[in-house]
Design a protein. Structure first.
Length: 43
């Protein structure tokens, strides 16, 4: 998470917020895909 502070210093907190939301969304999407695959295989 140190990379967030580097971005904040260079570009500002608004950009950090946008980057974090995008980054967090990708992780969450990956988890959802795993769950869907798991339940899809059981049918």
């Amino acid at each position: 998470m140190e990379w967030l502070s580097t971005i904040a210093e260079q570009y500002g907190l608004f950009v950090v917020a946008v980057v974090y939301i995008i980054w967090d969304g990708r992780e969450r999407e990956g988890k959802y895909i795993k769950v869907i695959d798991k339940f899809g295989d059981s049918y």
